[in-house]
Design a binder for this molecule. Sequence first.
Ligand code: HEM
Length: 282
Amino acid sequence: MKASKVRALQFRRFTRLNRTLHILMIISFISLALTGMTLKFSYTGWASALSRALGGFEGAGFIHRAAATVMFGLFVVHLWDLNRIRRKEYGGSLWKMLTGPDSMLFTKKDLTEFIGSLKWFVGAGPRPHYGRWTYWEKFDYFAVFWGIFVIGSTGLMLWFPVFFTRVLPGWLINVATIIHSDEALLATGFIFTVHFFNTHLRPEKFPMDLVVFTGRMPLVEFRRDKPAEYEGLVVAGKLEENLVWPYQRVVIRTFRVFAWTALALGTFLVLLIIYAMVFAYR
Ligand code: HEM
């Protein structure tokens, strides 16, 4: 292959399904956070104004439940996709999938890379030889798994209290409200600060990393970012089959507008929450 062609080609990091699920996750999460926070901070001026803009209590409640259904749906599709990958790429072995180099589970390598990163931050060592998933990407991934389990299950209890209290004591609905509300606050705070910072505000990615939208990244960037994965693909002779042409400019611009809108909405919501907690907390 010509050197100029190789330079123009990009590495395909995410499948179309991965990207679609992430976009739906962004839309549903922001909808859930905006509508949920208007309820949690209903005693503030901004929450009543936002609630009115979202169709009042009924409208906001409808958006909250509709977005929750989308989130449950994409979670199920993701589990289905994982099962498909297990059968197609790991000969049906869950063990091989969970212990392979592309596994999402934490390993000793993550601990070593975490310590290596701390050293690298202060100039006391080289940048770790990251593979397909870094420790902070794994952490973000499991935060969503945990969040969907905790926020989702308590949300279902608030949605269908009569059904759940057929078998469970009624006071559990109060407990579910507290857990749902506080875990939602934690999730919103985490996603719109730590996750945003880790993905977009790192010096290598600033001001915006579009890889989860386009699914592709320049080869030089891939080689620098995930050297262990790059070398593994070269040794296995599989790099070329993962190279694709970049998207047209108009497509990239559309993704950029979407990503900036999401970033702005999230940051704005965090500022409103901080304002409510500092000046109006009840
Ligand atoms: C994924 C499944 C979810 C379901 C089924 C669900 C369901 C619900 C329901 C039924 C309510 C009561 C609202 C009402 O009566 O109108 C509620 C409240 C709330 N939800 Fe969710 N929700 C989900 C996810 C989320 C997420 C991801 C967030 C934010 C990140 C969130 C934040 C909130 C907040 C802050 C409240 C108000 C709690 C309070 O009164 O303090 N929810 N949710």
